[in-house]
Design a protein around this ligand. Structure first.
Ligand code: ATP
Ligand code: SF4
Ligand code: MG
Length: 323
């Protein structure tokens, strides 16, 4: 059984004037120990997907349908209180600018100990301190941070504290939404190396949302390419990033001739992302796709599955679904 099974997920923001369909008919299975990079241009729905999994979307102004099964339990059916038992302990998240939820009047170590005790009330002081200092080393922070106040940390240090905090219970699922983007390359590399070791040792599963394909290439086993709220291609990094099947992924990678190396952004395909307030009955990529045929304007392409868990949504590709 997959650790996370997302089935036909649709997430719509309702504003005064229109409805923004930010995630559309999105399905994905994530196995234990998978590390999945989710890439896509700005506005493609990556953070909305993450917030949907984390039940952090505002209830009154969003509509979510579908299923998000975590260990077989549908997260969308859980009450806030039931979900709170999973948050941090089983599923944790770090955003790009993780809000400083720490109190300004207590030292970092003291607060992290308190947070640890929410789920582990009987943990011994020395044991918790050891765990926190170990996590500091993972994220390249010195021990002295333990005794500092939040205002004494730079933005980058605070971000690393947030990453350490996200690992405090060694969760089953860690979601990083541009969490390492603002850090220098060396620190980012070091943190991802440590997280990859944890994945091996502790069966940690990671969803890594980023604009940086080189980070996905170097730290993830699998990749999902999102566009206009849709999954266009997913599979193993060594398949999808080496020999992409979808015209959008091909375009992205053409704009990254050597994606292993210097950091670059996902721009480079002419045109702009679709208007998500419109309802599309066609392929979402038609207006930018050089290979578009008449069928592309008439039907939404179904996901076709190729060997090695390789999924592609494009009319031009044959598959096993008989189309
Ligand atoms: P980025 O790479 O810039 O972080 P993203 O892929 O994370 O982009 P989302 O933030 O999920 O994209 O946004 C998806 C779509 O939903 C966009 O069209 C965005 O404008 C819209 N959107 C996001 N948050 C809201 C909101 N609170 N209310 C209305 N629309 C929203
Ligand atoms: Fe291009 Fe058509 Fe494939 Fe969409 S379905 S990516 S428009 S070829
Ligand atoms: Mg985002």
């Amino acid at each position: 059984m997959a650790l996370l099974e997302i089935q036909n997920l649709n997430i719509t923001y309702k504003t005064d004037k229109k409805e923004i369909r930010a995630v559309k008919d999105f399905s994905l299975n994530i196995d234990t120990k998978d590390s999945i990079g989710i890439v896509g241009e700005s506005g493609s729905g990556k953070s909305t997907l993450a917030m949907g999994i984390l039940k952090l979307l505002p209830k009154g102004t969003t509509k979510t349908t579908g299923k998000i099964l975590f260990d077989g339990v549908d997260l969308l059916e859980l009450t806030e209180e039931e979900f709170r038992k999973l948050r941090w302990k089983d599923i944790s998240v770090v955003f790009q600018k993780s809000m400083n939820s720490l109190s300004p009047v207590h030292k970092i170590g003291f607060q992290m100990k308190d947070i640890y005790r929410v789920h582990e009330p009987d943990a011994r002081d020395e044991e918790v301190r050891k765990r926190i200092l170990e996590l500091f080393r993972f994220v390249n922070l010195s021990d002295r941070v333990y005794n500092l106040y939040p205002h004494e940390l730079s933005g980058g240090m605070m971000q690393r504290v947030s990453i350490a905090l996200s690992l405090i219970y060694y969760p089953k699922l860690l979601i990083l939404d541009e969490a390492t983007t603002a850090l220098d390359v060396v620190t980012q590399g070091q943190i991802l190396d440590e997280i990859m070791k944890l994945e091996e040792a502790l069966d940690l599963t990671r969803i890594m949302i980023t604009h940086d394909i080189s980070v996905v290439a170097s730290s993830c086993k699998k990749v999902v390419v999102m566009y206009g709220g849709c999954l266009l291609e997913s599979g193993y990094v060594y398949d999808v990033l080496v020999n992409p099947k979808h015209p959008y992924t091909q375009g992205l990678l053409n704009s990254f001739p050597d994606f292993i190396g210097e950091k670059k952004d996902l721009r480079g395909i002419p045109g702009s992302i679709p208007d998500l307030s419109l309802e599309y009955k066609s392929c979402i990529f038609t207006n930018r796709c050089k290979k578009a045929k008449s069928i592309c304007f008439e039907k939404i392409p179904k996901i076709k599955t190729f060997p090695n868990e390789w999924n592609v949504a494009c009319h031009l590709l044959g598959g096993f679904d008989g189309e």
